[in-house]
Design a binder for this molecule. Sequence first.
Ligand SMILES: Cc1cc2nc3c(=O)[nH]c(=O)nc-3n(C[C@H](O)[C@H](O)[C@H](O)COP(=O)(O)O)c2cc1C
Length: 183
Amino acid sequence: MKVFIAFAGPRLKGNTAQLMNAFIDGMKSQKPDAEYIDGKVYQKKINYCRGCEMCKTTTGVCVQHDEMFDMYDEIFDSDVLIMAAPTYWFNISGQLKVFLDRLYGMKAGGMRNKALVYITTFGDVDEYASGAHNAVNSIKEISEYLSVPYCAVYASTGMGGVSKAALEKAYKQGAELAKSIKK
Ligand SMILES: Cc1cc2nc3c(=O)[nH]c(=O)nc-3n(C[C@H](O)[C@H](O)[C@H](O)COP(=O)(O)O)c2cc1C
């Protein structure tokens, strides 16, 4: 099993990173020998999708040879794509959205061969008022469109950081997902 980790938050030890690490620890509890690739998306320079459609009509892959392009092969080969970022303005953060848009330019089939995971934290105590569900549902719709498995992991930080219960739940979700991948 190969797991590509796209952490797109600005705070490497922040709330979202903590929740994501609990999820990954859960995965590792079941699949310690799997390949876990930190794409270091948070420090990459990723251009916006240009919407030129060259990837679909002519070249088969994005024409922008930037740091996103360099990640395509590893993302393509992965069985699980973890996308993690804090909730910003009731939705996916800008950093993650740019990454997500550029997945469109990966060579054909790369999004239909993997499980998607979206991990987020939010400041509001209420998960609906926080807007986190807008992002959770966006990625859910992508997974339905692609007919691939989807796992959403989210937690409020409004009571002073990510709770122990949320970390434990994320760990369990990670373990369950890893078990469900037969590789
Ligand atoms: C630009 C910005 C926008 C935010 N928008 C929301 C929001 O819409 N809803 C919410 O509940 N929290 C919002 N927050 C709070 C963060 O989602 C929350 O503090 C999160 O846990 C931060 O994660 P991090 O520690 O990984 O950076 C926002 C924070 C920032 C910096």
